[in-house]
Design a protein around this ligand. Structure first.
Ligand code: KG4
Ligand code: ZN
Length: 342
């Protein structure tokens, strides 16, 4: 079974080929120009996807050394994401499926992130806990099988990645902010400031990062009123380290409790924020303290990519064996997949 996957939900255009569950190619084109605007500009993103998508698909087929006639199915991200961006990949996928007379498999972006851990060996075993931390979502999901999910909790305001991006913006660290904060934090003192750990001790699995972001903002304002014209490198690094420590404390505290409460032995840490070095290091340590195995995709599969789309489609194909063209794009996680099974 040879599957082409296409991902265009936000600011990466990506295509990948998976044959019999093995990844043959994964081509990603990142839209770096958004950093000029301090965030992703939806209209510019969809235009850039339009320009990039066909060359990227061709390159993915070339690297996989296969012709289009060898494809058994094509998959593309259906949502959640930016509607204009999603429509590009979705319609290229559907068009290929019609012209080649092969099934089209619409893929849920968050579900694809969960199975990004299945691009490597070993991978988590069911039931596992998914901690999904991206620019748009923060969720804890119990994964009982492919397609069987129980949403344990999600953020009630900002996503973890969104908090990283907004705090980085306050300190002019550029966009996306996560990697920059990660680098600065490595040089700072994480105990310099005691920022809040929102909902850490709440008896549920909800998250909230908006108050933490505001605490950093007020701290920066206090420094400015005290006469500081600009932050010194040390001050900036300490703020980044203290902020990151607070986010990581909350994510790890909740994830370990969710795993132990549910008797789960495997955790998959996925989504762009899973690239964070402190989060990776401390979750692995907490996992070994609690006899929980931690699975984290390689960096290239943690941020948005089509390999995870093609891999999930290949797992679904084994189960269902057929696709559908009735797959409209959707922007929000809404009452799809995860809510339906919670
Ligand atoms: O999964 P992703 O590529 O796109 C979405 O589906 O949102 O996640 C992007 C997010 C951004 O907010 C970015 O700042 C964050 O992942 N990110 C990081 C790191 N690398 C990327 N956050 C913290 N530390 C990192 N090293
Ligand atoms: Zn994503």
């Amino acid at each position: 079974m040879t599957i082409l996957g296409i991902e265009s939900s936000c600011d990466e255009t990506s295509a990948a080929v998976v044959r019999d569950g093995v990844l043959l190619s994964n081509i990603i084109s990142s839209q770096y120009f958004h950093s000029e605007y301090g965030g992703v500009v939806p209209e510019l993103a969809s235009r850039a996807h339009l320009r990039a998508v066909l060359p990227i698909v061709r390159e993915a087929l070339r690297e996989a050394r296969i012709g289009v006639s060898e494809l058994d199915a094509v998959a593309a991200t259906q949502g959640p994401g930016l509607i204009g961006s999603l429509l590009v990949g979705l319609n290229v996928g559907k068009s290929l499926s019609v012209s080649l007379d092969i099934p089209f498999l619409p893929v849920h972006h968050i579900e694809a992130h969960l199975f990004s851990t299945f691009l490597q060996d070993p991978h988590p075993e069911f039931p596992f806990l998914g901690l999904v931390v991206s620019g748009g979502h923060t969720l804890l999901v119990r994964v009982d099988a492919i397609g069987e999910y129980a949403l344990l909790g999600s953020t009630i305001d900002d996503a973890a990645g969104e908090a990283f991006d907004k705090v980085a913006k306050m300190m002019d660290l550029g966009f996306p902010g996560g990697p920059a904060i990660d680098r600065c934090a490595a040089l700072g003192n994480a105990t310099a400031h005691s920022f809040p750990r929102p909902l850490l001790d709440s008896n549920d699995f909800r998250f909230s990062f908006s108050g933490l972001k505001t605490a950093v903002l007020y701290h920066l304002r206090r420094l400015a009123t005290a006469g500081a014209l600009s932050l010194t490198d040390n001050e900036r690094n300490d703020i980044c380290a203290s902020f990151q420590r607070a986010v990581v404390d909350v994510l790890i505290g909740k994830a370990i409790r969710a795993a132990t409460d549910n008797g789960i032995r495997d955790i998959a840490l996925v989504g762009g924020v899973s690239a964070n070095s402190e989060l990776q290091r401390r979750l692995r340590a907490a996992g070994s303290d609690h006899s929980v195995r931690v699975f984290i995709p390689d960096m290239i599969y943690s941020t948005d990519n089509a390999a995870m789309v093609a891999r999930l489609a290949s797992l679904q194909c084994d189960l269902e064996g057929k696709g559908t063209l009735h797959a409209p794009a959707f922007a929000r996680i809404g009452d799809t997949l995860f809510d339906a099974h919670s």
